[in-house]
Design a protein around this ligand. Structure first.
Ligand code: SAM
Length: 238
């Protein structure tokens, strides 16, 4: 299997021809200096990974041909990451690391103390794709549109448990506990959670408040730490 891995939107299958767009041509033929006959690994998040051959290589376009399936489609455990967006580069970091850590869905949420006004969903999705390309898997998490936390909690499926990372518990030994099944992790903004949000979460049977250790972590660090803790205790690190 080629080490050059490329995410494409196109369907993949035996003999399938896959067009190369301008950005992909730049990456494959200019940056990686691949020529016709060279192999690449393709995935689209649906059809597994496929070994493909470069058929045409141009400056702005090209063509690939799928040869054989290299891996079946996989998916990480059913874990969502809900987080309040912070500064742009740090929000990008969260999307990238959430993908590497095996989040199945990434949901930016506005909270009472969120500073970031807007989030470019397409930009975060592109970061998730790039992270998936280097991860070696075949899965790309979906990045949802920014939505108010209150609305997300109003429509919450009670069978999905929520690991509520509560900075007020820093220093306590409150670990994630709960049944196997769908889960989500919730990380607050730089200003933490409001009393109103705490009360709302305390009233939810599905919400489990947890500590991420003795120190208050920045939100981006907290997202990675929380996903690590969950994967270790409930997820696919076991
Ligand atoms: N301004 C808040 C304060 O001083 O208490 C800190 C907010 S922290 C920068 C951002 C988010 O990371 C928090 O809302 C929480 O979700 C998470 N977090 C950071 N450290 C944590 C800890 N030790 N335990 C649980 N959650 C933590």
């Amino acid at each position: 299997m080629s080490k050059v891995r490329l995410y494409v939107e196109h369907p993949l299958g035996a003999g399938q021809s896959v067009p190369v767009n301008r950005a992909q041509a730049q990456y494959l033929f200019t940056v990686m200096r691949l020529a016709p006959g060279a192999a690449v690994t393709l995935f689209n998040g649906r059809d597994g990974a496929w070994s493909a051959e470069i058929v045409e290589a141009g400056k702005r376009a090209g063509e690939l041909a799928c040869r054989e399936q290299a891996a079946h489609q996989d998916a990480p455990p059913d874990l969502w990451l809900l987080f309040a967006p912070i500064k742009k580069a740090r929000t990008d970091f969260i999307a990238e690391k959430a993908t590497e850590m095996g989040a199945r869905r990434i949901l930016p949420v506005t909270t009472d103390f969120t500073n970031a006004e807007r989030v470019r969903r397409d930009r975060l999705q592109a970061h998730a794709v790039e992270a998936a390309e280097q991860c070696g898997g075949t899965f790309v998490p979906e990045v949802a549109e920014l939505a108010p936390l209150a609305g997300v909690l109003d429509g919450w499926d009670p069978s999905r448990q929520l690991m509520f990372c509560d900075e007020a518990l820093a220093g306590s030994a409150t670990r994630p506990r709960g049944a196997p099944g769908p889960w989500a992790v919730l990380i607050g903004p730089e200003g933490g959670f409001s009393e109103r949000e705490r009360a709302r979460l305390a009233a939810m049977d599905a919400a489990h408040p947890v500590s991420l250790g003795p120190r208050i972590l920045r939100a981006d660090t907290a997202a990675v730490a929380a996903l690590t803790l969950w994967q270790l205790t409930q997820g696919d690190w076991r």
